[in-house]
Design a protein around this ligand. Sequence first.
Ligand code: NAP
Length: 298
Amino acid sequence: MQIGFIGLGSMGSAMALNLVKAGHDVRAWNRSKVAQDSVPGVTLVELPADAFDADAVFTMLSDDPAIREVILDAGLLASARPGLTHIVTSTISVTFARDLERLHEEAGLGYVSAPVLGRPNVAARGQLNILAAGKAEAVAAIEPLLALLSKKVWKLGEDPARANAAKLACNMMIAMAIEAMAEGIVLTESVGLDRADFFELILATLFSGRAYESYSAQIAERSFEPGFKARLALKDMRLATAAGNAIGRTLPMLEAVREGLGKAVSAGLGEKDWSIIAEMTVRGGSVASLETTTEKTQ
Ligand code: NAP
């Protein structure tokens, strides 16, 4: 099968490589130059339109504006290969997902929202959890491809917004878990309990979930290399806020983690892992000297 791929960032490059390893012909485009030896077997193409000349195309760009600019503004839906199915694996807004489905339908193309759970190392192992939603025939056409990238494909129905809302809710809840662990540390370190010992206690008793396991390790080691960049996490908290506002709701814990991420990004820490907000909370909300600390971890 001929597959296009748009966006060879941390996630996209790992995913494109897994498609190649499964024997697919993958033509990929990235805005900035990508070294061929970092994506062996992937055919690097000059134009995004070249990636849309395929049976299916994946998009793993950062956000809504990037997809709008690279795909919609450039008119790629009009020039795409007939019958193509477009799989958007980026974390995007609920409203944009619905717009995308409508625009693809008007252009006679298939559209599937397929945001993913899992960081670049998980993507590299082909062990993502993929949240897929779209018209049944469109999902069926590309499900074998999703299976190559994932531990499980969660089919969430025909409205693509379901997959995007579920993804935003998951990220919102991870940010809340990071913040919850940080606030736990504030209390326990104040009486001399080491954070690693506190984490051992909570993981073995009350909080044994994946988010707690994964992020407690990073927080304990004060390791803030991404992973998932704070600037992208801020984007997701803004999208979750917008989804709440659209139904007339303000979510108080979401407000708190969005503000924390906003502060981190404003302080120039947007390229660090989003768990950096835990260290800020432990330090009483201060970002002072965090730059120096994080440089030591590189
Ligand atoms: P990343 O490493 O920053 O890669 C972003 C990609 O988008 C790069 O290919 C970048 O191109 C491209 N891009 C951004 N703006 C663009 C524009 N205006 N025009 C053209 N290309 C543009 O990000 P990532 O971690 O792979 O994340 C990608 C998506 O996956 C995001 O929606 C993120 O929320 C989601 N996600 C990430 C993770 C994670 O743990 N990292 C997990 C699940 C989901 P350049 O190389 O030229 O900058």
